[in-house]
Design a protein around this ligand. Structure first.
Ligand code: COA
Length: 332
């Protein structure tokens, strides 16, 4: 059976830096509160005409270059986002248009913070089945336009940032391989972290009829404490699931990259798994939570800083809205 590997990674974040002190100006919050509860110091927010698919395109160009392939070698596109350019079509075809990729399939994934690993898993299965050889997997998000930036929305809006990451998943002819992926979801908690409007439950005509003058349903709603408790439990479970599946222990992990939801969540998992500081990478301090983009952004930076070497055992794990959660274990 063919094996798959991550051949190249890229990332893109907007230039505009929003520091915690900038948020202090527009809502009732403080740098101290944000850093203490989330670890975040700053995040990026888009300006001008930048779109989700365009940021994904910039990240993809870097991933394609790093994978040393041509865009003409890509035979499938997977685009994960909760903040697509349009209601339809999905951002995958827009990225295809931007990159001028030939008429390959383009699949959109809606699994929020777990979206990148869900995409990686789909790519892995397609390559293992022999169907494709080079798949572009993208996670890209623009949160900034959809946040309630008043004090009412402060517990959510201080967390999220904009950005994109991309990976080329290719057929492997060497020792590098995606060893396994594990995916989960628990729909009974769908509304614990959600944006519910506009969509078919609250379709435009209903919104106009009902009136939603303060726009509340359009902003993300999060039961923060409940999300936190479920996140730490599911992260731990799904990491152990991948380790057990491959007969490894947490001591074998050379690099752990968790979805950057909250630094306290990552630190809790690090402690639970007894992982050394050198074997985990966090960058939420600089970018906030970029949902589907956070893992490929962190992966890119960890590689750039030479924190991952060939042959290392790399574990990726995510948890997010849905609830969904997932892991991938990779021999780099
Ligand atoms: N600035 C200042 N104060 C704030 C604030 C902000 N941005 N947001 C909330 N507060 C206040 C609350 O109003 C509350 O005040 P009160 O005690 O007077 O009522 C107090 O801080 C504590 O709020 P609480 O929501 O209990 O804080 P918390 O310790 O749970 O931290 C989160 C809030 C959101 C940081 C935390 O719950 C969390 O990280 N959850 C997981 C989020 C996550 O990972 N989401 C993405 C999943 S992928």
């Amino acid at each position: 059976m063919p094996k798959s590997k991550i051949k190249g990674v890229g990332f893109y974040v907007p230039d505009k830096v929003i520091k915690n002190s900038d948020l202090e100006e527009i809502m009732d919050t403080s740098d101290e509160w944000i850093q203490e509860r989330t670890g975040i110091k700053e995040r990026r927010w888009v300006e001008g005409d930048l779109t989700t698919s365009l940021m994904g395109t910039y990240a993809s160009k870097i991933a394609i270059k790093n994978a040393k392939i041509s865009k003409n070698d890509i035979d499938f596109i997977i685009f994960a986002t909760l903040s697509p350019d349009y209601f339809f079509p999905g951002s995958g075809v827009l990225l295809q248009k931007n990159l001028q990729i030939k008429e390959v399939g383009a699949l959109d994934i809606r699994n929020q913070c777990s979206g990148f690993i869900y995409g990686l898993s789909v790519a892995d299965q397609y390559i293992k089945s022999g169907m494709y050889e080079n798949i572009l997997v993208v996670g890209s998000e623009i949160h900034s336009g959809g946040l309630d930036k008043s004090s009412r929305g402060r517990s959510v809006s201080v967390i999220f940032g904009d950005g994109a990451g991309a990976a080329i998943v290719s057929k492997s002819n060497d020792e590098s391989e995606i060893l396994s992926t594990h995916l989960h979801s628990e729909g009974k908690f769908a509304e614990e972290l959600a944006v519910i409007k506009p969509a078919t439950t609250f379709w435009i005509d209903k919104i106009i009829d009902d009136g939603d003058e303060d726009g509340e349903g359009f902003f993300p709603k999060m039961n923060g404490n409940f999300v936190f408790k479920n996140a730490v439990k599911r992260f731990e479970e799904v990491i152990f699931e991948s380790l057990n599946h491959n007969n490894y222990t947490s001591k074998d992990i050379d690099m752990l990259i968790t979805h950057q939801a909250n630094l306290r969540i990552s630190q809790y998992i690090q402690k639970k798994l007894n992982i050394d500081d050198n074997n985990i990478f966090n960058n939420i301090m600089s970018y906030g939570n970029t949902t589907a983009a956070s893992i490929p952004i962190a992966l890119y930076e960890a590689l750039k800083k030479n924190k991952i070497k060939r042959g290392d055992l790399v574990c990726l794990a995510a948890f997010g809205s849905g609830f969904t959660w997932a892991s991938a274990l990779i021999r780099w």
